[in-house]
Design a protein around this ligand. Structure first.
Ligand code: C5P
Length: 240
């Protein structure tokens, strides 16, 4: 496919059309944002790291039988994906208490959960991405009851695969966010990205944070942390 007009520019990615109607061209940017865009920075090399890591993880999921939008990596910062219409939900899976869950229910960050927890948030910047109950999703007509059940099941299947994959590489998968979309024929497909921007990843021995909390909480070098994740996943390190 050949790259055509810019369709959408988000906080971390640019999405272009291609000459194939079902295929989009994604370019990962070197920008970092947090707290609904309040904190912003340009971080050289971040686009490459997230593109490489997300490509490896979507390939792993495909091998494990979890259908997703990823087609192929084109360059260090670009990939091809199947076009879907994104469902405006952030599907969060948690294995350990952290972040907004610690704040919401008052358990200490680092407390393991007996079973994975699935939450839905409304992808809506004006509202600040609020937590939704299943009935809210239904009232907002974002998904049917059957689709909500399918999203939850798919999110748990992703967790099973990624939690083990990371554990084998000395990384604890604390929590992560997924987005899903609908294809032209209405099928639900895992989409967006899975990277240290969208996961909490802690070193299995030291519990050192190797994810976007390094940026959110000013804990050190984001690219060094993401580089550790890429290397543990067997990716290529930068040769510049
Ligand atoms: O902030 P919170 O604890 O709810 O985040 C849960 C998980 O979802 C974290 O891994 C975080 O990086 C991810 N997330 C995300 N995009 C958002 C909100 C959360 O990737 N807008």
């Amino acid at each position: 496919p050949t790259k055509q007009q810019l369709l959408y520019e988000g906080k971390a990615k640019k999405i272009y059309a291609t000459d194939e109607p079902d295929v989009l061209w994604v370019e990962y940017k070197d920008s970092a944002t947090a707290f609904n865009g309040e904190k912003k920075a340009t971080i050289a090399g971040k686009g490459r790291l997230n593109n490489e890591i997300s490509s490896l993880l979507f390939l792993k999921l495909r091998e494990a039988g979890i259908a997703n939008h990823f087609i192929e990596k084109l360059s260090p910062t670009e990939q091809l994906v199947r076009r879907v219409t994104i469902i405006p939900l952030e599907v969060v899976v948690r294995n350990v208490v952290a972040g907004s869950l610690a704040k919401r229910i008052g358990l200490e960050e680092g407390t393991p959960l007996e079973a994975p927890l699935v939450e839905f948030y409304y992808k809506n910047d004006d509202l600040g991405d609020p937590l939704l109950l299943e009935d809210h999703i239904f009232i907002l007509k974002l998904a049917s009851r059957e689709e909500i059940a399918a999203l939850k099941q798919a999110a748990l299947a992703v967790n099973d695969v990624l939690r083990l994959h990371f554990a084998e590489r000395n990384v604890r998968l604390i929590d992560f966010k997924l987005e899903f979309g609908r294809t032209a024929d209405g099928a639900i497909l895992l989409a967006d990205e899975i990277s240290p921007d969208t996961c909490r990843l802690w070193d299995a021995k030291t519990n050192e944070k190797l994810d976007k909390d390094v940026f959110r909480r000013d804990l050190g070098s984001l690219t060094e942390a993401y580089e550790v994740i890429l290397q543990r996943l067997g990716g290529e390190s930068a040769c510049t």
